[in-house]
Ligand binder design. Structure first.
Ligand SMILES: *[C@@H]1O[C@H](CO)[C@@H](O)[C@H](O)[C@H]1NC(C)=O
Ligand SMILES: *[C@@H]1O[C@H](CO)[C@@H](O)[C@H](O)[C@H]1NC(C)=O
Ligand SMILES: *[C@@H]1O[C@H](CO)[C@@H](O)[C@H](O)[C@H]1NC(C)=O
Ligand SMILES: *[C@@H]1O[C@H](CO)[C@@H](O)[C@H](O)[C@H]1NC(C)=O
Ligand SMILES: *[C@@H]1O[C@H](CO)[C@@H](O)[C@H](O)[C@H]1NC(C)=O
Length: 467
């Protein structure tokens, strides 16, 4: 009898369990079917634990904004019927310079001008930074391949913009020398300079083309054959990016892809970061990781100091080392991110920040140099100072929350790229200079926050920098 009773109990217990769990299970099933968030949980987890290192690296490298390339997007610019193609006019960007943010700005302004005037181009080069003195930016021209993937660039324009010929400085020397006078492009940014609307020289792309036409016809030494024109650099004075369709903006921006060596190192850094700090949500196929780490650009190196960037008046209290690190820590806390990946060209400052973050908030701070070992670290160390910074540029593009400093176009350009991930329905990019901004924050869109202020740059970059 005792046995029967116990069985009865068990039967009753199981029935009870079933009666309560079946409805719960049905409810969960209902949710899974009807809620896309639940469905996505059932896609197998894809991260540094479930794929091997080489697959992770390959997938990481294949996925980014502007991929797969949509050539019809770039050809949108080159197909404009008003463009008068003149392949015998070859433009050469004379003096692009600075770090990646500025060099990208110089090159895109130049490309916009070349396309709209129907010119050919010399593959752009730029000035190198001195290894001894980081403030010294004029140390001779260095080739495009120092930063950018030449093959990708040439293939992109060959397909999307076949009428724009690209000359290689190393193999097409016969063109030299250029015209004696250098051409300076007027701004195309009517949004920045609206007061000139209605005057004889409005700041429009059309006016810039006209300006070039009359400048060229006035040059005494222009030849009837191929003419090389040196073009002075401009910075974020070219096309108004926000006036273009999203696909065009993304794809044009992606034509300047960083060199594969740098991108591969960034993929390895991310792989090691995921493993070391157990970041399971880092899926190499995602263009950014919604909840894994804060990416911070600590811009306190000696050249920034020398330029006066760290003086407080310049950036409303978030300028110096204390100001930047306090701001970045508050952002990590706000977003509940216990890991900070810091981009800095100064190892001493990086470890100071790590000690501070750990002692105040038990937040781990890491960097590319501490995440690479052996041959990977050697490959990093073989790069120049600016090239090493490019590894950070790539890693930061995908962080969960980006923290940067307003004086730097490096962080600001990443923020503008990341803004492409923001749902267009909640687009909050402050588009116009007159829009109200916080006194101490240059940019904030939920994915990125640029601390401090630098109005000159904000006004130009918001609509002038490419993702
Ligand atoms: C490619 O670009 C064109 C032109 O902007 C756009 O109409 C089209 O939707 C884009 N295609 C994709 C897959 O994004
Ligand atoms: C530049 O030189 C390369 C190699 O010699 C050649 O294939 C290419 O056609 C030249 N480009 C132009 C625009 O002349
Ligand atoms: C790095 O920062 C330290 C102060 O923390 C400074 O003494 C040193 O000169 C800096 N080096 C560079 C390259 O910025
Ligand atoms: C850094 O800036 C803060 C104000 O934001 C100021 O109180 C502090 O003295 C500055 N530190 C240095 C070392 O200049
Ligand atoms: C985080 O930093 C602390 C203090 O430096 C260290 O003890 C700990 O091992 C770090 N965590 C990881 C996962 O490395």
């Amino acid at each position: 009898m005792a046995v029967t009773t116990s069985t009865d109990h068990r039967v009753r217990f199981i029935a009870g369990v079933l009666l309560t769990t079946i409805p719960l299970w049905l409810l969960a099933w209902h949710f899974r079917v009807h809620n896309p968030l639940f469905v996505s949980r059932h896609i197998p987890i894809h991260n540094a634990w479930t794929v091997d290192r080489e697959t992770f690296i390959q997938e990481w490298m294949e996925n980014q904004i502007g991929n797969p390339p949509n050539r019809s997007a770039i050809s949108y610019l080159c197909r404009k019927p008003e463009i008068k193609w003149r392949p015998s006019v070859v433009m050469d960007l004379d003096d692009a310079n600075g770090g990646i943010g500025n060099v990208r700005g110089n090159i895109f302004d130049f490309l916009g001008l070349a396309i709209l005037t129907g010119s050919s181009i010399m593959l752009p080069s730029f000035q190198s930074r001195s290894a001894e003195d980081l403030s010294s930016l004029w140390n001779g021209k260095i080739p495009f391949t120092t930063f950018f993937d030449t093959e990708h660039f040439v293939a992109t324009f060959a397909a999307a913009c076949p009428k724009m010929e690209i000359y290689m400085p190393s193999t097409n020397h016969s063109l030299l020398p250029p015209l004696t006078n250098r051409y300076g492009m007027p701004s195309m940014r009517q949004d920045l300079w609206p007061e000139t609307v209605g005057t004889e020289t409005p700041n429009t792309p059309e006016a810039a083309v006209k300006n070039f036409d009359s400048w060229l016809s006035a040059q005494p030494d222009k030849s009837t054959e191929t003419t090389l024109v040196s073009v002075g650099r401009t910075l974020w004075e070219g096309l108004d990016t926000r006036a273009l369709p999203t696909a065009v903006r993304r794809d044009f921006g992606n034509s300047l892809r960083l060199i594969p060596e740098v991108r591969r190192l960034a993929a390895i850094v991310t792989y090691n970061l995921a493993l070391k700090y157990h970041l399971h949500t880092i899926d190499p196929r995602l263009p950014y990781y919604p909840s894994s780490f804060l990416g911070a650009h600590l811009r306190t190196e000696n050249d920034a100091k020398a330029a006066g960037w760290l003086d407080n008046e310049a950036a409303a209290a978030h300028a110096n080392y204390t100001g930047q690190t306090d701001a970045y820590l508050s952002q990590a806390l706000e977003h509940n991110l216990p890991i900070i990946y810091v981009a800095s060209g100064n190892a001493t400052e990086t470890s100071r920040f790590a000690e501070k973050a750990w002692s105040l908030h038990s937040i781990n701070v890491t960097s590319k140099a501490s995440l690479l070992t052996g041959p990977d670290l050697a490959a990093l160390e073989a790069l120049t100072w600016d090239q090493q910074g490019l590894v950070d540029y790539e890693v930061l593009r995908r962080c969960s929350s980006l923290a940067g400093f307003a004086r730097s176009s490096f962080a600001f350009n990443i923020a503008i790229t990341r803004h492409e991930f923001v749902d267009v329905n909640r687009e909050v990019l402050r588009l116009r200079p007159e829009d109200v901004r916080r006194e101490d924050v240059a940019f904030e869109d939920g994915l990125s926050k640029i601390w401090g202020r630098f109005e000159w740059q904000e006004e130009r970059m918001l609509r002038g920098a490419w993702p």
